[in-house]
Design a protein around this ligand. Sequence first.
Ligand SMILES: Nc1ncnc2c1ncn2[C@@H]1O[C@H](COP(=O)(O)OP(=O)(O)OP(=O)(O)O)[C@@H](O)[C@H]1O
Length: 459
Amino acid sequence: MACFSATQLHALSWTSSLNPNFSFLAPKLFYYPKPLRASFTSSNVEPTTETKVSSTAKLRELCRGHVPDHVIRRAEEVGYVIPTEVQRLALPFLFSGRDCVLHAQTGSGKTLAYLLQVLSAVDSQRAAVQALIVVPTRELGMQVTKVARMLAANPSECDSGLKLCTVMGLLDGGMLKRHKSWLKAEPPTIVVATIGSLSQMLEKHILKLDSCQVLVVDEVDFMFNSSKEVSSLKRLLTSYSSSKNRQTIFASASIPQHRRFLYDCMQQKWTRADVVHVHVNSVEPMPSCLHHRFVVCNKREKNPMLLSLLQRDSPESAIIFVSEQSEKSKKEGTAPPTTLLVDFLRSSYGRFSDVSLLEEDMNFNRRAASLSELRGGGGYLLVATDIAARGVDLPDTTHIYNFDSPKNAVNYLHRAGRTGRKPFSDKTCFVTSIITVEERFVLQRFENELMFCCEQLFI
Ligand SMILES: Nc1ncnc2c1ncn2[C@@H]1O[C@H](COP(=O)(O)OP(=O)(O)OP(=O)(O)O)[C@@H](O)[C@H]1O
């Protein structure tokens, strides 16, 4: 094995981050001197006196003078009293108006961090779109819209005749006709949008971003990696509005080659040059309360193996990830693997009254119904494709099962991150992969890249 000095390694890691061809150096993390738990990079930003926050400060103290009092009260009412680490570190930068890349573990509270800044920047008395939040899926969009509306709601001011901050969900599969009338009649203060619906509105000049002060792109690495979305996203960042006239916030739990990404942000003018990279927990990309396990079996034994695992674990609430149906199998008219598994579980596993399903090919209403049923309370068993892996917040999930292996380490991280989503809880949650012997080395690669250890179960 080649041996590098710390300086050489730093240089290599920098080069590898800038040049995608160096990505084979991924396990470099093992040779790194232990990085800081939280780091501020790109423009070598260290917290200044104004941005330094005591580690015991409550969310109220952090937000005072920036976020309207009724929003802070709402946040407290729903239990957001102590800030999470990313909130404590990022909010001072966000409130100062700096562009930020929020790079922190799944379930660490990035949504509340950017929503508090959005609600501090907008003026609800102005009828103009002042903040835009772009998300990759309708499901995540509905969730963010709901949290934004919940925080913005203020019945007492409504009574006193003051206008409330309005939030529009401009999401794929929504009623675009109704949204057009809404935008023309009285523009909402905040728009949460998927890029497809947003682009239609921008191209037809129904939505204008002249007054947009804050632009958030959630799950930013996913958006830049999606061939369908990337050109629209780039147009949004540079043509439809200018980084000079807005605050830009990017968020994700995974930003592979983040130095390269920050370099691109500045070079391509997606952000201003003094963008801050708030990187929390760079040593541990996944929450530490997760216990990772695997079982080995033949492909044909996967169903009974899953059943044995469910009977053994007796999960309170679980998500089972299954691969999407291949184009070939669609053409052949075969039933999707998700449907087959749901049918199998419905007939052989009686612990839950029903097994829910969430996948791309379902119509949007059924997808929405599936998620709201789960949020209704009580335990659930959800069979899903990777559509549920990004951003979806079902905090009661205690177990994740990878019935089919994720395509890469980033997908593993986001699937695993659908559990362990209670920021101040140490309760162990389980991520279990059902693999064949041949897949063991792939899982080992994920373990190296994401720095976790998987225990083998013998059932
Ligand atoms: N300060 C807080 N106190 C208590 N709970 C919080 C706090 N901030 C966020 N949460 C809760 O933590 C959970 C995860 O938050 P959120 O969805 O923002 O995570 P995230 O960082 O965006 O995760 P992902 O990368 O998976 O999208 C949510 O259920 C949210 O309500």
